[in-house]
Design a protein around this ligand. Structure first.
Ligand code: ADP
Ligand code: MG
Length: 698
C-alpha cells in the first residue's frame, strides 16, 4: 500500500511542476479519492491497531496529513461509534466549524446530522451525531455536567501543541477520566512540537508518527527590519504575482484590521494594473475568526482558471486550517496573543513577535504540495536572537478567572495541587482568585458563594455573569441580558470606508448620552420593534448578522436563566438601575475625569481615553466617573464601551476599593428594597387572586 501511495505522490508532484495547481487536482478527483491521497491513509491499519491496544496515545504528524479530518472518520468506520460518540476538540472556533463541514461532505451527510459541531452559543449537533467537533472550551464546560464524559467513547484532543488554556485544563481532567473509565480512549494529536511531553504526562504512552510528505521550502529574510509590514507584505505579494510561477500565496498578519488593510491595498494595486491589463487575476481572500462563516469557507474554493489565490490570515492558518496549493508564504513575524497585563490588572490582546517554532510552521505551509518559498519580513538575526524558541502556553500568561471558577465548581479545592502539565505561576492563580473574591464569587476562605455557583452556569467571563445576576437583584435582568448578549458578539456598527460620515451619523442616532452599554440596548430594542428586519439594519448601518447572533446568544442565556428558575424582570425605562448593574460588575475598571475627555483609572492611575466612537465622546458628555468594559491599546489607551456611574455606587458596590466621605442613604439598597416591595406586592396580589379563584371553584 505504501508503495502505491508513493507513486501517486510522485505523479501528484508532477502535476504541480507543470503548473496545474492543486485546484485542478481537487477538481478532477472525487472526495473519496482525495481522502486516499492523504499521508494518514497509508498507515490507517497500523494506526487503528495501536489505538485498539492502548487507552491513550499521542499522534504526531505534519499539518495537512489528515489528522483532524480523517482520524474521527476511521474511528467511526471501525465501529467505535456503536457505543458512544467520537468527540474532537479544537482550540479555535473557525477550525471546529470548517472541519465539521468538510467531514460532513466527505461522509455525504448533512452538517448537524451524523457529523456536527458545537462552539460557544452554537450547537449544530443532533440525536444522530456520532462525530462531534467542538472547541476545547465547550468540552470543558461539558465536564461540569458530566464529569466522566459518559457519552463519549473516544476523545481526540486535537492541536494540543497550541496549548490553549482550555486544552491545558482538559489535560488534567481527562487524565482522571482515563483512570476511572476503562472503556474510554484518548488520542492527543499534535504538530511536531511537544509530543514527548504529552506522552510523559499520561505515563509514557505510545507516540505514533504519521510519515510526512513535505517539500523543501526556501527561506528568504529581509535585509533590514521592516518598518511597515502591511506595506511590505503587499509589495512582496504583488512582486510574486507579477513575476513568479503559478501557486497560491499565504500572508500572515496579526488581526482583522491589518488583514482588511492588506486586502484593501492589494485590491487597489490590482485595480491600477487592471487598467493597464498587465496582470492575471488575483483572488484576495481574508480569514480571521470574526469573519462570517460563509466568507471563511471561500478560502477553500478553487480559483477560476488562470487566477491566483492570495489568502491573508491570522495565525489560524498556521496549523488549524490547511489550504492546498500554497507555494508562497509571506510572514510578518508577528501575531496577537492574549497576555495578562499587570499594569492594567487584566488581559489584553497584544502584538508580539511569534516564536521560532511558529515561524517554521508558517514557512512549512509553502511546502505542502511542492517546493515553495517563504519570505520573512524580518532579519535572520531577529529570527535567531529575538524570537523565543517556542510559544508560552496560554495558561502561564492569561487571567484564570474562568478556570478558577470552573475548577472550584468541580470541587478541586486546592488549585495549586491540580495536575497541570505546566502549572500557571502561583501569582496568576492568586490574582484570579482575588478578582473573583472582589466580584463576590468567592468568600473569604476561597469557596464559591451562592452567586459564584450561579456564575459557573453561564458560559461568560465572570464580570459579565455577575452583571446578569445583579440584573436579577435589581429587577432589570431583561435589559442586562440584552447588553450582555450584545457584548458577546462583534460590533454591530457597520462603518464602510467610503461612507464613514454617513455611517457615523447613523450610529449617533442610537446614542444614549450616559452610556455605550445603554446605546447597545437601544439599538437592540429598536431592532426588535422593527420586527428584526434586515433592511432596517442596512438602512441604519448595522450588521444584521451581528444582531441575529446577539439574538441567538440572548435566547441561549435565557434558557440558562430558566433552568436556574430566575424570572425575567424588566425595569421599563428606568435605566439607572441598569447602569448600577453594569457598575457592580465593572467597578474594577473605573476611571475618574482628569482633563478634557481624559480619564485616569481609579485604582491604577493609568490614563484612559474615551474612544472617538463612544456615545459619551460623540455627545460631549464627560461625567466625573465611568466604568468600562475593556481597554484597547492602539495609539492610546482607549476605553471600549463606557458608562457613566455615580461615585456612591462605586463605594457601595466596590467597598474593597472605594469609599466616599459621607455617603447618603444607599441608592442601591433603596432600589433593591423598592424591587423587593414590588415583588412582595405582586406575590400578595397573586395569592389573593388564587384565593378568589379557589372560592369561585368552590
Ligand atoms: P491535519 O489535521 O493533519 O493538519 P487536515 O485533516 O486538517 O490535516 O487536512 C487534510 C486535508 O483536508 C488537507 O489537504 C486540507 O486541505 C483538506 N481540507 C480540510 N478542511 C477542508 C475544507 N473545509 N475544504 C476543503 N479541504 C479541506
Ligand atoms: Mg488539524
Amino acid at each position: 500500500q505504501g508503495e502505491i501511495d508513493f507513486k501517486q505522490d510522485a505523479k501528484f508532484a508532477q502535476h504541480l511542476k507543470k503548473g496545474e495547481g492543486v485546484s485542478d487536482f481537487a477538481k478532477s478527483k472525487t472526495l473519496a479519492q482525495q481522502r486516499q491521497y492523504l499521508p494518514i491513509f497509508s498507515i490507517r491499519e497500523e494506526l487503528l491497531r495501536v489505538i485498539r491496544e492502548n487507552q491513550v496515545i499521542v499522534v504526531v504528524g505534519e499539518t495537512g496529513s489528515g489528522k483532524t479530518t480523517q482520524l474521527t472518520q476511521y474511528l467511526h468506520e471501525v465501529g467505535y461509534t456503536n457505543n458512544g460518540i467520537v468527540g474532537c476538540t479544537q482550540p479555535r472556533r473557525v477550525a471546529a466549524m470548517s472541519v465539521a463541514k468538510r467531514v460532513s461532505e466527505e461522509m455525504e451527510t448533512e452538517l448537524g446530522d451524523k457529523v456536527g459541531y458545537a462552539i460557544r452559543f452554537e450547537d449544530v449537533t443532533g440525536s444522530n451525531t456520532v462525530i462531534k467537533y467542538m472547541t476545547d472550551g465547550v468540552l470543558l464546560r461539558e465536564t461540569l455536567k458530566d464529569s466522566d464524559l459518559e457519552k463519549y467513547r473516544i476523545i481526540v484532543m486535537d492541536e494540543a501543541h497550541e496549548r490553549s488554556l482550555s486544552t491545558d485544563v482538559l489535560f488534567g481532567i481527562l487524565k482522571k477520566v482515563v483512570a476511572r473509565r476503562r472503556d474510554f480512549k484518548l488520542i492527543v494529536t499534535s504538530a511536531t512540537l511537544n509530543a514527548q511531553k504529552f506522552s510523559d504526562f499520561f505515563g509514557s504512552v505510545p507516540i505514533f508518527h504519521i510519515p510526512g510528505r513535505t517539500f523543501p521550502v526556501q527561506t528568504l529574510y529581509s535585509k533590514t527590519p521592516c518598518e511597515d509590514y502591511v506595506e511590505g507584505a503587499v509589495k512582496q505579494a504583488m512582486a510574486i504575482h507579477i513575476t513568479s510561477a503559478p501557486g497560491d500565496i499565504l500572508i500572515f498578519m496579526t488581526g482583522q484590521d491589518e488583514i482588511e488593510a492588506t486586502c484593501y491595498a492589494l485590491q487597489e494595486r490590482m485595480e491600477q494594473l487592471a487598467s493597464k491589463k498587465e496582470a492575471p487575476k488575483l483572488l484576495i481572500l481574508p480569514i480571521y475568526s470574526q469573519l462570517p462563516a460563509d466568507l471563511q469557507a471561500k478560502i477553500f474554493e478553487n480559483a477560476e482558471d488562470g487566477a491566483r489565490k492570495c489568502i491573508v490570515a491570522t495565525n489560524i492558518a498556521e496549523t488549524s486550517l490547511t489550504v492546498d496549493g500554497i507555494f508562497y508564504v509571506i510572514d510578518t513575524g508577528y501575531g496577537k496573543i492574549k497576555v495578562y497585563n499587570p499594569r492594567m490588572g487584566m488581559d489584553a490582546l497584544q502584538v508580539f513577535p511569534v516564536s521560532r517554532a511558529a515561524a517554521d510552521q508558517r514557512a512549512g505551509r509553502a511546502g505542502r504540495t511542492g517546493p515553495g518559498t517563504c519570505y520573512r519580513l524580518y532579519t535572520e538575526s531577529a529570527y535567531l536572537n529575538e524570537m523565543l524558541p517556542s510559544p508560552v502556553p496560554e495558561i502561564q500568561r492569561t487571567n484564570l478567572g474562568n478556570v478558577v471558577l470552573l475548577l472550584k465548581s468541580l470541587k478541586i479545592d486546592n488549585l495549586l495541587d491540580f495536575d497541570f502539565m505546566d502549572p500557571p505561576p502561583q501569582e496568576n492563580i492568586l490574582n484570579s482568585m482575588y478578582q473573583l473574591w472582589v466580584l463576590g464569587a468567592l468568600n473569604n476562605v476561597g469557596d464559591l458563594t451562592d452567586i459564584g455557583w450561579k456564575m459557573v452556569e453561564f458560559p461568560l467571563d465572570p464580570p459579565l455573569a455577575k452583571m446578569l445576576l445583579m440584573g436579577e437583584q435589581l429587577g432589570c435582568i431583561d435589559e442586562v441580558l440584552t447588553i450582555v448578549s450584545m457584548l458577546s458578539v462583534p460590533s454591530v456598527f457597520f462603518r464602510p470606508k467610503d461612507r464613514v460620515e454617513e455611517s457615523d451619523a447613523g450610529r449617533e442616532k442610537f446614542f444614549v448620552q450616559e452610556s455605550d452599554h445603554l446605546t447597545l440596548l437601544n439599538v437592540y430594542k429598536q431592532w426588535t420593534s422593527n420586527n428584526y428586519r434586515g433592511d432596517w439594519c442596512n438602512d441604519h448601518f448595522l450588521h444584521v448578522k451581528g444582531l441575529r447572533k446577539a439574538r441567538e446568544v440572548r435566547s441561549q442565556l435565557l434558557d440558562i436563566l430558566k433552568t436556574l428558575k430566575i424570572p425575567l424582570t424588566s425595569c421599563g425605562l428606568d435605566w439607572d438601575v441598569v447602569r448600577m448593574a453594569i457598575c457592580s460588575a465593572y467597578f474594577h475598571n473605573s476611571a475618574r475625569l482628569k482633563g478634557v475627555g481624559e480619564y485616569v483609572n481609579c485604582r491604577k492611575g493609568m490614563p484612559c481615553h474615551l474612544h472617538p466612537s463612544s456615545a459619551l465622546y460623540g455627545l460631549g458628555y464627560t461625567p466625573d466617573y465611568v466604568v468600562y468594559h475593556d481597554l484597547i491599546l492602539t495609539a492610546k489607551e482607549y476605553m471600549q464601551c463606557a458608562t457613566a456611574v455615580e461615585p456612591q455606587w462605586l463605594a457601595e458596590l466596590g467597598p474593597m476599593f472605594f469609599s466616599v466621605k459621607d455617603s447618603d442613604t444607599s441608592m442601591i439598597e433603596h432600589k433593591k428594597k423598592q424591587k423587593q416591595e414590588k415583588t412582595a406586592m405582586e406575590e400578595e396580589m397573586e395569592s389573593l387572586r388564587k384565593v378568589e379563584e379557589d372560592k369561585e371553584r368552590e
